[in-house]
Design a protein around this ligand. Sequence first.
Ligand SMILES: [Fe+2]
Ligand SMILES: [Fe+2]
Length: 222
Amino acid sequence: MAKSRSANKRKRSSSARARSATRASARTNEGKSMRGRSAGSSRGRNGGGRDDAIALLKADHREVERMFSEFESARSHDRKSDLATRICSALRVHTTIEEEIFYPAYLEATRDTEIHHEAEIEHEGAKRLIDEIESTGPDDDHFEARISVLQEMIRHHVKEEERSSGMFSKARASGMDLRALGRQLEERKLELKGESDAGGMPRMPEGGRSRGAGRDMRMRSH
Ligand SMILES: [Fe+2]
Ligand SMILES: [Fe+2]
């Protein structure tokens, strides 16, 4: 029964997000039509803001990079295990908010299927590896190799998103309402982190197969 209520809640939450993304797209289109008329207004909505969607996503990237660096210099098994859990959790939250909110808004605003689809496929690869890390745990012979390969995958993906001809630059040039998207990303991020801190794992965007596995890894690490 509790499970059913939880599923219904997730379903309602997902519908609300879809409606919200649609509203964001509408605002994005409105933003496009406004650009020629009011450059000042457009700058206010998406021009290099320190608290907009791109700033939030870049801050996530820096945080994960910092944790990967800490993992590289960590010596104890417990420390590595703890960092791996935090890296996987942070990446799940980040990929989820991008896939649920930022990527659809980007596609709507730019119609750029090439960059969008490539980013989605890169997420799929990273999530498969995160599943493996969480299901095999820190005692597996390939644990450190998996973290190292995940780090390389994320490094490449982040470079693609942040390069001058990449998704973030194109998003900023498109007139998307990055401030509104930033608020949506922040809200959803807090929701997902709350679920993760409560012992569950963030819901995977494509019905991922490892919900709860992160908790297993933490349990095995002690
Ligand atoms: Fe990202
Ligand atoms: Fe991404």
